[in-house]
Design a protein around this ligand. Structure first.
Ligand code: GLN
Length: 486
């Protein structure tokens, strides 16, 4: 059952080939068998999953099904889930049982989804390798000595090894797309505001966006259909009609114009990475797409601008973890100041502390104009570059990540080289655009991904481009030896 896509599993349930209970038990057994080594889950909610599966089987028998009825899904541990630990990969929230459920999780549950558990992640979603998690690193199922990418590394790895048929992730600077590329799965970051952020623990509020991670573009379309929509509890969620994403997959792509930003193929890029993405673009040309070259001159400033804006917003968002209201509290504080200091020192890991320091500095009086305001101006230039490109083209394409999965520990002491893992993804977040990563072949047995970026609210179009590609290729069907093929 685990070699089937979510869409195929949905059909299997509808045909009565298996029950949701059988399906759920199958994935729970796989998690038990393989996750000791992979470490992709922080919490497995077995009892709850089985109860939801039984309810789904009753709903199916009664003919009352939603979009996701009976389908097991893993949620990133950044989404609050009532009654279940929500750790955000941090010691700070190790004992936090959320008193309410995030809108994304609620919406999927109301469409009948079964929650398998909560996936491991970089602490507070800060990282590109899943090594900053308090619960230890996640391993890449394609090579257990390598990282799965981050911050949604647990989601990508459990999906890559088919310990879950689908998962949710979040993407602030690349955290859905980069791990999707490194694990041979498809992941979509929607337009900023398309999916509610309510109940999703905030990292950088003007950039964070939740999205689907699946085996195919079709699976992502199915999940996005359930996730998207306005939420009156999130003032940044947009009150715009939700498109028919599955319907969009039926549209013809002949005549589609693909822009290739020259900045996504710099001379310094690994030739094999460039070749895989160029081959994917050629495949779409064969299907009738036109290809033109474009330029995004300011995109080179996206990583530096992001590493001012994201830490600035993080320093403000993370001030709530003070040892008083919720989260870790130190033992025997001498006074209030000691309580704050020690609770935060003990509760946060090094990368989170680094971001809080950088962000607090960038926002402090005297430096605000030099850093934060400047970075926001650069952000506008990047947005304008994309807007100019989209006057001429329908979508933009290039590699998702500059390299395949690297060895565990390889970049641990070099934060700047770690930050460069998102060099091709971060600009999209700064502009608020939708983008996905799809599997486009291997280098030395390790997966690579290609990014498809669309204009605002064109999720249907980019999913369709990936779907058309996946109908004529089978990269997305390849499984790792670990887990997948057994
Ligand atoms: N790797 C980037 C960072 O560390 C992006 C993370 C994310 O998208 N959550 O901030």
């Amino acid at each position: 059952m685990h070699t089937k896509t979510l869409t195929e599993l949905k059909a299997g349930l509808a045909n009565g080939d298996f029950s949701s209970r059988e399906l759920t038990e199958h994935f729970l057994a796989r998690i038990k068998q393989f996750d000791g080594e992979l470490n992709s889950f922080v919490t497995v909610t077995e009892q709850q999953a089985l109860a939801q599966a039984d309810a789904a089987d009753q709903a199916i028998a009664a003919g009352q099904t939603g979009l996701l009825t009976g389908l097991p899904i893993a949620h990133k541990d950044i989404f609050c889930t009532e009654g279940v630990r929500t750790s955000c990969g941090s010691k700070m929230l190790d004992s936090f049982i959320a008193p309410y459920t995030a809108t994304v999780v609620n919406k999927m549950a109301s469409e009948g989804a079964v929650m398998l558990g909560k996936t491991n992640m970089d602490e507070f979603a800060m990282g590109s390798s899943n090594e900053t998690s308090y619960y230890g690193p996640v391993k890449n199922p394609w090579d257990l000595e390598r990282v799965p990418g981050g911050s949604s590394g647990g989601a990508a790895a459990c999906l890559g090894a088919r310990l879950a048929p689908a998962a949710t992730g979040t993407d602030t600077g690349g955290s859905i797309r980069q791990p999707a590329a490194l694990n041979n799965i498809t992941g979509l970051k929607p337009t900023y505001g398309r999916v509610s952020r309510w109940g999703m623990i905030a990292f950088a509020s003007s950039l964070d966006q939740a999205g689907p991670m699946g085996q195919s573009a079709e699976d992502c379309a199915l999940m996005l259909q359930a996730m998207a929509g306005h939420d009156h509890r999130d003032s940044t969620s947009l009150n715009q009609k939700v498109d028919d994403y599955l319907g969009a997959l039926k549209e013809d792509i002949s005549g589609l114009t693909i822009g290739i930003p020259e900045e996504f193929f710099p001379d310094t890029l690994d030739g094999a990475i460039a070749d895989n993405s160029r081959a994917a673009i050629r495949e779409l040309e064969k299907l009738g797409a036109k290809v033109v070259s474009v330029s995004l001159p300011s995109i080179k400033l996206s990583v530096p601008a992001y590493y001012v804006i994201a830490p600035a917003e993080a320093s403000s968002n993370l001030s709530r973890f003070d040892g008083v209201r919720f989260g870790h509290r130190c033992d025997d504080p001498k006074d209030l100041e000691d309580l704050y200091k020690r609770s935060r020192s003990e509760g946060f890991g090094d990368e989170v502390k680094r971001r809080i320091l950088v962000g607090t500095y960038a926002l402090s009086a005297g430096y605000y104009d030099a850093y934060y305001r400047r970075a926001q101006q650069v952000r506008r230039l990047i947005r304008d570059d994309f807007a100019r490109a989209f006057e001429k083209v329908d979508v933009l394409m290039g590699p998702t990540a500059p390299e395949t999965a690297f060895k565990l520990g390889a970049k641990k002491d070099d934060p700047v080289s770690m930050y460069m893992a998102d060099v091709f993804t971060i600009g999209v977040n700064l502009a608020g655009l939708p983008a996905l990563s799809m599997p486009t072949g291997f280098i030395n047995g390790l997966p690579t991904g290609t990014q498809v970026i669309g204009n605002y609210f064109r999720e249907g179009q980019i999913l369709n481009v990936a779907h058309k590609y996946q109908q004529v290729t089978d990269w997305h069907r390849q499984l790792p030896t670990f887990g997948g093929e057994q």
